[in-house]
Design a protein around this ligand. Sequence first.
Ligand code: KIV
Length: 260
Amino acid sequence: MAVTTEQLNVWKQQQRSIISLTAWDYSIARVLDEAGVDVILVGDSLAMVALGHPTTLPVTLDEMIHHAKAVRRGVKRALIVCDLPFLSYQENVSQAIHSAGRVLKETGAAAVKLEGGHARAIATVKELTAIGIPVMGHVGLTPQSCNSLGYKQQGNTAESADRILDEAIALSQAGAFSLVLEHIPSELAATITSTVSIPTIGIGAGGACDGQVLVTADLLGLSLTTPPFAKPYIDLQSIMTDAVERFAKDVLEDRFPTDH
Ligand code: KIV
């Protein structure tokens, strides 16, 4: 049965961890879906892992939609959430409605994610949810703000921890169905998780979150640089290099193809 936003809530109540990974094309999405991933995020990290940009900022809404459509074709069960990229929702609520509406209409994704817990983000989440667009929030390290925050852990002073907790509460009260907590201390993530009624999905936020997400390129060993909290489960770069080198050698030494 297809995963819904309500199902994530049930799993939070049942303390059944939510499994989430990112995808950027049909093949990756199909593998993740068949392996039982619950939430497939078309993250704007695809700017870096699929398009080779140094940050997530350059990716456009049209590019996100292009990739989300491909992901959609590979998924039968998982809930698909698509990131709203930088400057596709921050200008005003109308811009956010237009962008989020395009994502849902054109890609078949079930929800959008946007970064930040400041007043404007809260107002945007309220408006989007009011017209039936499910929104996942994202607080802590928000990569679209890398030019002001960098990539360092957030919430490690009492003041910033209080601010992130307040943002998480405000986002959940505004109607967000779930929250990504990125690179914050595990105690803060545990406090947020026990305070808000919606599921939290952590990345570099410890084990107390209701679910965990990783950038799939990090998990597969395909990223040039990985954050300290990511765990590569396989070195796919070496495995692929070996396969490509063996193919090249076979061609050069007349072992492939074999029908001549
Ligand atoms: O873009 C992305 O991949 C994300 C994850 C880090 C949660 O937002």
